[in-house]
Design a protein around this ligand. Sequence first.
Ligand code: SF4
Length: 360
Amino acid sequence: MSGDHMDVCGLSEAELTAVCLETGLPAYRGRQVFEWVQRLGAADWADMKNISRADREKLAGRLTLRLPAPERVRVSRDGTRKFLFRLADGETIESVLMDYSGDRSRDRVTLCLSAQVGCAVGCRFCATGRMGFRRDLSAGEITGQLLAVTAYMRRADADFRATNLVFMGMGEPFYNMESFLRAARILNEERGQNIGARRMTVSTAGVVPGILRLAEAAPQMGLAVSLHAGTDDLRDTLVPLNRKYPLAVLTDACREYARRTGRRLTFEIALTRESATEAQARALAALLRGMPAHINLIPVNPVAGSTAERPTAARAAAFRRALTKRGLTATIRAEKGVDIEAACGQLRQEFNDFQRNKNS
Ligand code: SF4
């Protein structure tokens, strides 16, 4: 290992061990630091009780330990919590703890992580897309979201632990592939969070090289593709990336992913009045025929400034029936955290509103 100050949250146990050896410390210090940061949630070097002060000072000379700072936490009626984090350079991102009840008998606690500040893809109904791309997150800023949420939740619930991760927050993870994969690998490590790759899902707007790379690099991770439409003319208007990777190319890559990994994919469709039609259902059925897939139908959420309109419940149900009668499996997804703008496509509006209120 070399380099100046490195972010301790973005290093694996093996890398931390290498840093310790380079710094003249015993190898086992690497394991201790990794456990303190990744499992026990140390937010400060002083928390690491079994490491001598002299050794902590040496490590602090090489490594930065700084978790994203929660600027604001909003709690939805359904238990969803949206965290607004401020990063070292002042940028802000959001992470969403979905549908959290605190009930131990429920084994699934899912956290949605961001991969970028803003997003270059610019999907029509998405608030993050409207702010444009600002920068990639480092691996440490990605793992740091989970570590910071865990530290925050443990103030009230000492046993809090996220069991499932979805990389579906702000940004396109496949445009920040190396940091996203590195973060996932670290969160998978046994002495850290130990979250199995099968309990992680990444969502893409359809970056074809990323889909193929995922099949190689993390074949056990779940893949969700934001499809949104069954025809190129409609998808071009919803997801501008479709001009680069049109549906035929995208679905070929999805078939290849399924072939290489043996996994079933999820396709997400944000339902609007335009997309919830019989003709679109027919086109989708032709496109996805024979693919091992599940379709999530998500009636669009209100986003200020968006022209996309939500279909009626009856129209959404009819669309689902039009898919299932053609042999596809589809569910209308219950939305989480709409009242706190934590649902799909709603992230990022929040901070601007928050600042406005603070200044008024
Ligand atoms: S939906 Fe995802 S890919 Fe599309 S603009 Fe929003 S954050 Fe980016």
